[in-house]
Design a protein around this ligand. Structure first.
Ligand code: FAD
Length: 696
């Protein structure tokens, strides 16, 4: 409920996977303790706010998706502000602060936020606080936490200048008698102290000065190295500033065992889901390859699911069965696995805006929730660790959990939790006296996301079939994780198709099917520009090492069919740069030769990064090295013939290296400096002629 004594600001979030929303909610929550009131809305709820008339400061938290796009929820908003007829003073009245979220492993880091920021500036809006750009690659919290800490002072100054502008004395702020001094006091507090405030405003007793002697788990004289469960000085001896205990807000009641779980389609808000049989599974790599790549074929003939080559789609995947059982066991809830539970918001909870989590069905079994709804592998956030402290009975374990969520233990958190990809189960093993309740898991574990895959076929070439290719992700055992694990989705798919794989090993013919009854649920992933040029006479270059080859198989199948069907059409030249480790072990599609032989593919250039060579001149190892050998041709296709350039695959190293190679090529062939070449590449991206589809 709105409290009129508090200063108000508008708080908008644009989220794709929920992170921007969670951060906005955190700001909303903290605002209260600073005597402020945040009017919180999803940026898509354009009927609930109006920037054209907004007088109060505006705070925007916005993530980035795809290849530098704002999230889907911001699409309408961005379209609206990008209206070129808007005058340059359209938002001259607006003061705002923007926090962008992104991942620097992608080329267009934080581009969603940057796009909105740039446009608001062009339309005359003023920053009341510096833009923050948080990087998921190193940990969002490294920027998010200090940005939120500084926000309160910036807001206070924004309110003061707003009042001054309105011709009122700065004292006028005390027209909110109780709020004004409160705000002043709060904003002068150090960020550490702010974070120690408890919900009810009572000073936390969480500044801990426990002595080393009290600590059970802290390093013994022999243990001088810190680890997930051991700390060393100074952390082990510090007084700790730990976050406020997040108020519990979920209540779980066990009901009966009668009834059916909801259909998986009810878990998805992004569109229609299709349950389709897996009709073929082929292992594309040899047993001795470092990674195992599988190709799966889905039968979509009996559905209205449609796709174009280059599209991606999503697979709804469950958590690993034995991990779910283990979790049930540790929670002491194995007996209740098949019980239906009702999940409700706790009456009288102190959590602001507490709502039923959208990804938890109104009625489903406990096992269903742990299997299909919660990302149990998620790296626990500091707030979750803070909550786990309260469910831990051993004093030493308690202290270590406190350290890991404290400011003093920030680098331990990054090293032993975030960078080690520790999940809840790992924590529960490492801290055996920690026995969280089910409601805590529902409150803190994020939604289990469907995984995206690029389509590796053409509906024209093989109607009713959809291919996709993936590497089985493997995480080796480590000190924090006694067992090795496979990726949630790729591990599940690999197990699911294991019997089928046996039948089809090393055959890639598209004829016939198998008698598999295994089905998976998929849905379309819209908004992809990664498609073949509309004009078939336009030449294009494809760069796809490893599983990055996947969408190009679809491109080539499609192109082959078009060539067969339209012998009178003109078709542009096609280039494919492919690379893998070993020619014998992980050359995923040796059938590429067929495309070359029938003229669908004009140039095929391959390289093998781990094969030794007896040639006098060492052959190039990576696709970017091969591309450089064909500088003239690449420049001709891109510049003279207005061709397209597609890059697909590993975002970490390959996409940037290819980008650099193209900049060098443009610079060399146009005899211009690097900066100019970068501008040309930016123009090509803008014109959607340099297209990337990259993933980790
Ligand atoms: P997850 O369990 O989600 O783990 C994946 C990542 O999480 C790891 O890379 C790592 O960073 C981290 N991680 C989680 N747990 C640990 C741990 N214990 N130790 C270390 N790291 C950990 N992939 C393909 O193979 N083929 C494709 O065609 C393809 N197309 C894509 C298209 C798009 C548009 C996008 C966004 C992604 C695409 N991907 C593709 C990636 C794919 O969606 C999945 O991310 C990938 O298959 C891994 O999923 P998973 O559930 O098996 O792994």
């Amino acid at each position: 409920m709105r409290c009129d004594l508090k200063r108000r600001f508008l708080l908008l979030y644009a989220t794709q996977k929920g992170q921007a929303k969670a951060i906005a909610e955190e700001i909303w929550q903290q605002a209260d303790a600073h005597g402020l009131e945040a009017d919180l809305h999803c940026i898509s709820e354009m009927d609930k706010y109006n920037l054209e008339t907004e007088k109060d400061p505006v705070v925007i938290v916005i993530s980035t998706t795809g290849t530098g796009d704002p999230p889907d929820t911001a699409r309408k908003f961005v379209k609206k502000i990008q209206d070129t007829t808007l005058p340059p003073d359209h938002f001259a009245h607006l003061q705002y602060g923007l926090l962008g979220l992104g991942d620097s492993e992608y080329t267009f880091f934080c581009n969603g936020g940057k796009t909105v920021d740039r446009r608001l500036q062009e339309l005359g809006a003023q920053h009341f606080y510096n833009t923050g750009l948080a990087d998921d690659c190193v940990g969002l919290e490294l920027v998010v936490d200090p940005w939120i800490d500084g926000l309160w002072l910036a807001l206070k100054e924004a309110f003061l200048s707003q009042k001054e502008k309105e011709g009122m004395s700065s004292n006028a702020i005390s027209s909110t008698p109780s709020a004004a001094p409160h705000v002043g006091q709060e904003l002068n507090l150090s960020s550490e102290v702010q974070n120690m405030k408890l919900e009810d405003g009572v000073r936390s007793s969480d500044v801990l000065t426990q002595k080393l002697a009290d600590i059970h788990l802290v390093a013994s004289t022999r243990e001088t190295e810190p680890s997930l469960v051991h700390s060393i000085p100074p952390v082990s001896q510090s007084a700790l500033n730990i976050p406020a205990l997040p108020p519990e807000y979920i209540e779980v009641q066990f009901q009966d065992t009668h009834g059916e779980n909801p259909h998986l389609s009810s878990l998805i808000s992004e569109g229609t889901t299709f349950e389709v049989p897996v009709t073929k599974a082929v292992q594309l790599t040899r047993e001795d390859a470092i990674k195992t790549a599988l190709l799966l074929e889905l039968d979509i003939a009996d559905t209205v699911f449609d796709y174009q080559p280059g599209d991606a789609f999503c697979v709804i995947c469950p958590n690993n069965v034995s991990e779910v059982e283990e979790l049930l066991h540790i929670l002491g809830l194995s007996e209740k696995a098949e019980y239906f539970v009702s999940v409700k918001v706790k009456q009288g909870t102190k959590k602001k805006g507490a709502a039923h989590p959208q990804h938890i069905p109104e009625r489903s079994t406990l096992k269903f929730i742990l299997t299909w709804c919660l990302e149990i592998r998620a790296v626990p956030k500091k707030a979750f660790l803070r909550a786990l402290v309260e469910c831990t009975s051993d004093a030493g374990e308690k202290r270590r959990l406190q350290e890991l969520c404290s400011r003093q233990g920030a680098s331990d958190y990054t090293r032993f939790i975030r960078d080690s990809n520790v999940c809840l189960l790992d924590l529960l093993h490492a801290f055996p006296s920690c026995k969280p309740s089910l409601n805590l898991l529902i409150e803190h574990l994020p939604k289990l996301q469907a995984r995206s895959y690029s389509v590796s076929s053409s509906n024209l070439y093989q109607p009713g079939k959809l291919w996709f290719v993936f590497n089985i992700v493997e995480f080796p055992a480590s000190p924090a994780r006694p067992v090795s694990r496979k990726g949630v989705c790729t591990g599940w798919l690999a197990d699911l198709v294991a019997p089928l794989l046996h039948l089809n090993k090393n055959t890639l013919d598209t004829e016939g099917g198998s008698s598999s009854t295994e089905k998976i649920s998929i849905f379309a992933r819209p908004n992809n520009t990664f498609h073949l040029p509309a004009d078939p006479s336009v030449p294009f270059v494809m760069v796809g090492p490893g599983t990055g080859i996947s969408p190009f198989i679809g491109f080539l199948q499609h192109r082959q069919k078009l060539r067969e069907e339209h012998t009178d059409w003109e078709f542009g030249e096609t280039w494919l740069f492919f690379g893998c480790r070993h020619q014998d072990r992980d050359y995923l599609f040796k059938q590429l030769r067929c495309f070359l032989e029938n003229g669908t593919l004009t140039h095929l250039k391959v390289c093998f990064s781990r094969d030794s060579s007896t040639a006098e001149q060492t052959p190039p190892k990576y696709v970017q090295d091969v591309i450089r050998l064909y500088s003239k041709e690449v420049a001709r296709v891109l510049l003279k013939e207005r061709g397209y350039f597609y890059v697909c695959g590993d975002k970490k190293h390959m996409a940037d290296a290819v980008n650099d190679a193209v900049v060098d090529i443009l610079s060399m062939e146009m005899e211009t400096d690097k900066l100019e070449a970068m501008k040309i590449l930016a123009m090509l991206r803008e014109a959607k002629r340099y297209l990337q589809d990259v993933w980790s």
